[in-house]
Design a protein around this ligand. Structure first.
Ligand code: HEC
Ligand code: HEC
Length: 379
């Protein structure tokens, strides 16, 4: 390279750095442990990305202030898998949300960067663009807001945002990625959470074998899975539904009878305990006693991949979960009225339970968990 060219390159680089630093410093700098928002927003940065919405899903409501772009999604993927976002560089978001387990983990309660346990079972990440709240207790209203929590959480990743930003902005590859995604290399907590939210919104799961059979006519359910589906959709306690006088599973009220997201997104107490202990669920957010022991109904998509089960990971297998429902669950002041058989039980036979479990296993979407776009870009 000619010397003149090299000089020109160097001066452009310098100019870039000066512009970048002023873009960051000019703003009203707010540096706290929980948040650091300094970057100016650059309209129309990045290449617009169109979310591929499965034909049987409703259109999601995407936030106008964080449009999806190809570069934003790719940046989000790098941040999601980056262990430097934990103090001792051992844990990334992907450590507790890994593909084999449908972007959850296999511990009853997740293990953080120092080997301590968090309060709850990790949640699988899929179809987040259709969520109406985040976490088991719904304490975050948006994905952008949710993402601000794990990085600074003392058990999960234990960094302040100021430290996290420092680590990311000192990396030249990230400077390039931030520039492409957001128009300048400036890094702050808002841009980081925006990019990760974009990435997570692209994680759509809608092609399980069940979907292929039921929505696309490209597969067939086995007779046992088909019978499990019918039990899933049947009212409990109605001996007229089956000629043999058999009961239904009564699952569809809460886990979505439309068979789209397999959740009603509402907070319910499914009768796990008669006395609700230290984890009060939704009550911790609302302050309303009526919400004691209520948790957001989880999706059943990919459920065979996300053991153990419930907010505290108390059940190791789907059979154990079904035994719980078949027993009717425990009575308490806040048990959901749709848990109609507390004290009585559903009366499902061992064969019914096997069929229900087989149906639930047909909800695994291997195309989704193996999708290259979601894997660790460093591997
Ligand atoms: C130490 C393990 C751990 C790490 C690290 C972690 N998470 Fe989580 N994640 C959890 C647990 C546990 C929950 C449920 C917590 C609760 O409900 O109180 C959760 C919940 C979530 C949810 C809510 C899903 C829903 O359906 O509402 C999202 C989204 C999420 N995490 C994304 C992330 C992102 C992004 C990162 C990285 C910035 C991250 N997580 C890092 C364990 C972890
Ligand atoms: C009253 C509403 C309701 C009914 C009826 C119901 N569920 Fe649930 N289900 C929930 C809630 C709420 C949770 C999460 C509870 C918690 O962790 O505290 C849950 C959790 C689960 C889980 C564990 C999910 C996970 O990610 O850990 C499975 C599996 C499940 N239900 C399957 C079923 C099946 C099968 C039926 C029918 C036999 C059924 N449910 C009936 C509300 C309900």
């Amino acid at each position: 390279m000619a010397r003149k060219d090299r000089l020109a390159k160097i001066s452009i680089l310098f100019l870039g750095i000066i512009v970048a630093t002023t873009a960051c410093r000019d703003d009203d700098e707010e540096t706290t442990g929980s948040k650091r928002v300094v970057c100016e927003s650059v309209p129309d940065a990045g290449t617009p990305y169109e979310l591929e919405v499965p034909y049987f899903f409703p259109q999601p409501s995407l936030p106008a202030d964080n449009p999806l772009t190809e570069e934003g999604i790719e940046l989000g993927r790098h941040l999601f898998w980056d262990k430097t976002l934990s103090r001792n560089n051992t844990v990334s978001c992907g450590s507790c949300h890994s593909p084999e387990t449908a972007f959850s983990d296999d511990a009853p309660k997740s293990i953080g960067l120092y080997g301590e346990t968090t309060r709850r079972n990790s949640m699988p990440l899929m179809n987040m663009a259709w969520n109406t709240s985040f976490f088991w207790d719904g304490r975050a209203a948006t994905l952008e807001e949710q993402i601000l929590e794990p990085v600074t959480h003392p058990v999960e990743m234990d960094l302040t945002w100021a430290e996290a930003v420092e680590r990311i902005e000192s990396d030249s590859a990230y400077q390039e990625m931030f520039t492409q995604a957001f128009g300048t290399p400036c890094v702050d907590s808002l841009r980081m959470s925006f990019a990760m939210a974009q990435f997570i919104r692209t994680m759509i799961s809608a092609r399980s074998r069940f979907d292929l059979a039921y929505r696309y006519g490209q597969a067939q359910l086995t007779p046992s899975e088909q019978r499990g589906l019918e039990l899933f959709l049947a009212e409990g306690g109605d001996p007229n539904i089956y000629p043999g006088g058999q009961n239904g599973g009564d699952c569809f009220h809460c886990h979505g009878g439309a068979l789209v997201q397999f959740t009603d997104h509402l907070f319910r107490n499914n009768g796990l305990d008669s006395i609700i202990g230290e984890d009060r669920g939704r009550e911790e957010v609302s302050g309303v006693i009526y919400d004691r022991g209520r948790f957001r109904t989880p999706t059943l998509r990919n459920i065979a991949l996300t053991a153990p089960y419930m907010h505290d990971g108390r059940f190791a297998t789907l059979h154990e979960v079904l035994e719980h429902y078949n027993s009717g669950g425990h009575e308490s002041a806040t048990v959901d009225p749709l848990m109609k058989f507390t004290g009585e039980g559903l009366g499902l036979s061992p064969l019914d339970i096997d069929d229900l479990v087989n149906f639930l296993e047909s909800l695994s979407d291997y195309e989704f968990i193996e999708n290259e776009n979601f894997q660790d870009p460093n591997e």
